[in-house]
Design a protein. Structure first.
Length: 86
């Protein structure tokens, strides 16, 4: 596996890592002859783990974004209530 992005703190970073993984898999799938090399099954297992990790990270980022939106919504509601009281 070539170097995949180490930093996954943004959706853009996750997309880049996923794009790199897809490109590597497409290259492998386009080969005319498949010669299963030693450790190939292990490599595929690592790809699966990477995909699961990317999915988990994406879910965490989504939860953080939802929490931020909730906080903004609460702030807006409080602002509206203050304006209505005036």
């Amino acid at each position: 596996m070539t170097q995949i992005i180490q930093e996954f703190s943004s959706r853009e970073a996750l997309l880049k890592a996923n794009s790199a993984l897809i490109a590597q898999l497409q290259t492998r799938l386009k080969m005319k002859r498949w010669k299963i090399s030693e450790g190939e099954n292990l490599k595929v297992a690592y790809y699966r783990v990477l995909v699961q990790a990317l999915q988990a990270q994406n879910a965490i980022l989504k939860d953080c974004e939802i929490d931020e939106l909730k906080a903004e919504l609460i702030e807006l509601k409080e602002l509206v209530q203050c304006k209505q009281r005036e």
